[in-house]
Design a protein around this ligand. Structure first.
Ligand code: COA
Length: 387
């Protein structure tokens, strides 16, 4: 039985910062951000968009096309959780009217959280082939104003429907994982922004990629040249580019130019959305599928990385006519609807969003009709509304 991705939903907030503007404001050469880091824009969430509302918005983009009664599992991967106890997924389940029988919980291991959910979902569907599973990754990447990590911020969510006989990507059996207790990136409980040793994190990421990619090729008895595309967790596109350069070193011309071109296609959305932590790898997948050139049954390798640190390499194959399940024009519309912020506007919105509003204050969202948003707390209980 084939199991894999049948639907992909994506949401990013309605505001962004242009990296040239940010570079000027921080007295940096714009090419450092555009080429050195590889980012052109970053989405910015105001106080009314959090991990939950973004996850609802990403999932509702395909909800009318699925049988809600079949959904037996809902997993929410995030490192921007809204509560220390209650799962973000329960707010989503309620907003989207999913059946009460659904098993639902939140998963955390930095940016690896959504992949953990995908693997749980794959195994769940194998045992429950008549059920489907929704896996959401949703995050706000926040390092702070005028920090080195500022240029690698972003906000957004990707939601996947995992089921038997999927129509986008079948997930191959097997994986290679590698974990180590290290401190390259973390966010203490009392901090709304992350702490990071960016250079160390890059080294560990590349080391984990090489280990897991090599082990995976041994496991499957496959060569680099067997892959149509390799995609990566992209905290900023240069990080993935460095890994891809390692992958294509010493490959024949056809392999290296194919993997380089499909890397660029896979990085297109991340370059303008920024880091969305758990969902970043899956935004690369969407970007590859909507902008790359893949045949049917094309072998796609996926490298997932979560600081702390956990790496995993796995793969999938495109399903015939997978293009019919995608809507690149809708993705472009979502990106183009964003309003460009001046740097002072971004700084003000960013700073306000770092803390929760006072209890009982009703927040008003400037999102378009139909989108969900966080409208404040009532008796310290988070409230979500639809525009
Ligand atoms: N034109 C082109 N490239 C330029 C440049 C210019 N004018 N100026 C600098 N660069 C290049 C540098 O050579 C470097 O490239 P390299 O990485 O290939 O060597 C790159 O731009 C970054 O420069 P650097 O001086 O290293 O930047 P920095 O000290 O400001 O830090 C990060 C960059 C990425 C380390 C920092 O933004 C960060 O920590 N981000 C968070 C990373 C993260 O999210 N990690 C955890 C998640 S997995």
């Amino acid at each position: 039985m084939q199991i894999g991705i049948d639907q992909i939903g994506f949401y990013t907030p309605n505001k962004y910062v242009d990296m040239v503007d940010l570079a000027h404001a921080r007295n940096e050469d714009p090419n450092k951000y555009l080429i050195g880091i590889g980012q052109s824009q970053m989405s910015v969430a105001d106080q009314t968009q959090d991990a939950v509302s973004m996850g609802i918005n990403a999932t509702q983009s395909y909800l009318s096309q699925i049988d809600r009664e079949q959904v037996g599992l809902l997993v929410f991967g995030t490192e921007s959780g809204v509560d220390q106890s209650k799962s973000a997924s329960l707010f989503v389940k309620s907003a989207l009217n999913l059946p009460p029988e659904v098993r639902t919980f939140e998963v955390k291991e930095a940016c690896f959280g959504m992949t953990a959910g995908v693997m749980i979902a794959r195994d769940y569907v194998r045992l429950h082939p008549h059920h489907s599973a929704i896996v959401i990754g949703s995050d706000l990447a926040r390092y702070g104003i005028a920090t080195a990590g500022e240029v690698t911020q972003g906000a957004g969510s990707v939601s996947l429907l995992i089921k038997a006989q999927p129509r986008i990507l079948t997930l191959n059996d097997g994986h290679s994982a590698f974990s180590q207790d290290i401190n390259d990136f973390w966010r203490p409980n009392n901090s709304a922004t992350a702490l990071v040793d960016g250079k160390y994190s890059t080294q560990v990421y590349l080391d984990f990629f090489q280990r897991t990619f090599t082990d995976y090729q041994k496991l499957k008895n496959w060569q680099t040249s067997d892959f149509a595309a390799l995609i990566y967790h992209l905290p900023f596109t240069k990080m993935g580019l460095k890994a891809n350069r390692l992958a294509i070193a010493n490959q024949d011309e056809a392999t290296s130019s194919r993997l380089a071109a499909n890397f660029t296609a896979g990085a297109q959305y991340g370059r303008v959305v920024g880091n969305i932590y758990t969902a970043s790898l899956y935004l690369s997948l969407l970007s590859l599928l909507e902008n790359g050139s893949l045949t049917d049954n094309a072998l796609v390798g996926l490298f997932s990385y979560g600081s702390g640190a956990m790496g995993e390499f796995f793969s999938g194959r495109t399903v015939t006519d997978y293009q019919k399940m995608l809507n690149p024009m809708a993705t472009q519309k979502l990106l183009n609807r964003r309003q460009k912020l001046t740097i002072p506007e971004y700084e003000q919105i960013f700073t306000t969003a770092l803390s929760d509003p006072v209890d009982d204050l009703i927040l008003v969202s400037d999102e378009a009709k139909g989108y969900w948003y966080f409208s404040g707390t009532k008796n310290h209980i988070r409230q979500y509304r639809q525009k």
